[in-house]
Design a protein around this ligand. Structure first.
Ligand SMILES: [Zn+2]
Length: 405
């Protein structure tokens, strides 16, 4: 369902890299926590373990939850979020246990082999420092918020290793309680990351909306399509790592076939530019229009041009009772195919040009969209408009006379 780009593969490699880093750190810290008896190292080991679990969840669930079945036709995206909530509860418990151990344990705790514990933590510091710097660079290059968040998290891990080292050095110098203090600070780190996992998981379980910026970006993509008059409503929700969109549009076009193609185009564009979209539902309504809509092909000085030379399209609406409304000009590239394409999408009855389009493809496209090409000798936009309005009024008068006969 999701096509992998080179960027996607790079991103997955970085995510896998931090998983391996956390695995190594977890194992090292657990071993040396037992070996040295340092509570701060125990806390650090739990912390690394929680990071490891978080990366495993996000990596596996992307693969697992995208599988759809007849029983779960919308996919199992939320498995990821259920797992996050469960794991965050475990983290709260672990942090609580560490704090309890630090303050209320009757047992006398002595740290042995402090030098080795310091060496292990120094290794952790260097590893997290280097990895977080490199990942930060990659995140900026790949423009990935997920990698950026991961790099920032590993940076926080680097800081927490520093605190543990400070505690161990204090212990080494004879202040035995420093190890406990360091453990309590790390426990607060665990609480914090537990809270983040918990709240993001819970939000998604409750169908949190897409981020505002992302919705704005989607709106921009939609408005960039010439057939779109207005977005009546748009909403999106997230399940797991995937996004669902629900959009209602007001469109220029009446023809069912053409409208269907337009909606497909918009959907395609959104999927190209926004990552991890599962599905887009677009409902649409044509703009109600009576009277006549005329498009004039002109250049920047309002001189009537043909399909190859026009740089603007001015649409004019003439109501049944003869009211004329001149709309804001639309800037276009002077390209026959492109202009033909736009004209066929904005529900125009007549296009006024100094020449017919040359290419058959453009002629057929206009015919299919029900657009008549009106060739005019007039070069001035106002004069060309007058010519049409006058003949339209004359025609209407004749029709009425006939009706009255
Ligand atoms: Zn962490």
């Amino acid at each position: 369902m999701i096509e992998k780009t080179d960027n996607q593969i790079l991103k997955e490699r970085w995510a896998l890299g931090s998983l391996v880093l956390n695995l190594v750190l977890t194992i090292l810290k657990f071993i040396f926590a037992v070996f040295t008896g340092s509570l701060a190292l125990v806390a650090e080991a739990v912390h690394s373990f929680s990071d490891l679990i978080a990366s495993i969840i996000s990596l596996i669930s992307v693969k697992l939850s995208a599988k759809k079945s007849s029983e779960y036709p919308y996919g199992l995206y939320k498995l990821e979020n259920i797992a996050s909530v469960v794991i965050s509860l475990l983290l709260f418990f672990a942090a609580y246990e560490i704090i309890r151990e630090a303050f209320f344990s009757q047992e006398e705790r002595t740290v042995k082999n402090t030098e080795i514990a310091i060496a292990v933590m120094l290794f952790a510091m260097v590893a997290t420092f280097v990895y977080s710097r490199l990942e930060l660079k990659a995140a900026k290059k790949l423009n990935s918020p997920a990698l950026l968040a991961d790099a920032q998290h590993i940076w926080a891990d680097f800081m927490s290793s520093g605190i543990v080292i400070a505690g161990l050095v204090g212990t080494y110098l004879g202040y035995a309680d420093f190890d406990k203090y360091a453990a309590v600070i790390v426990a607060l780190f665990i609480f914090h990351s537990g809270w983040e996992i918990f709240s993001s998981g819970l939000k998604v379980l409750l169908d949190v909306s897409l981020e505002k910026e992302e919705l704005e970006k989607i709106k921009k993509i939609i408005y960039a399509h010439p057939a779109v008059v207005d977005i009546k409503h748009i909403r999106g929700r997230i399940a797991g790592s995937f996004k669902f969109l629900d959009i209602e549009l007001l469109l220029h076009n009446f023809s069912l076939r053409e409208t269907h193609r337009i909606v497909d185009e918009i959907e395609q564009k959104i999927k190209e530019e926004i990552p991890n979209i599962d599905s887009v539902f677009i409902h649409y309504e044509p703009v109600r229009q009576e009277g006549l809509r005329i498009a004039f092909l002109v250049d920047d000085s309002k001189t009537v041009k043909d399909f190859k030379a026009a740089t603007q399209i001015i649409t004019v609406d003439i109501s049944e009772d003869g009211k004329i409304q001149i709309n804001n000009p639309l800037d276009v590239e002077p390209d026959e195919k492109e202009i033909g394409d736009i004209i066929s999408k904005i529900n125009v009855d007549i296009v006024v040009s100094s020449n017919h389009p040359e290419e058959f493809e453009v002629r057929w496209k206009l015919a299919r969209a029900g657009v008549m090409v009106w060739e005019t000798e007039k070069r001035d936009f106002e004069k060309a408009l007058n010519e049409i309005v006058r003949s339209y009024n004359e025609f209407n008068k004749k029709v009425k006379e006939k009706q009255n006969d």
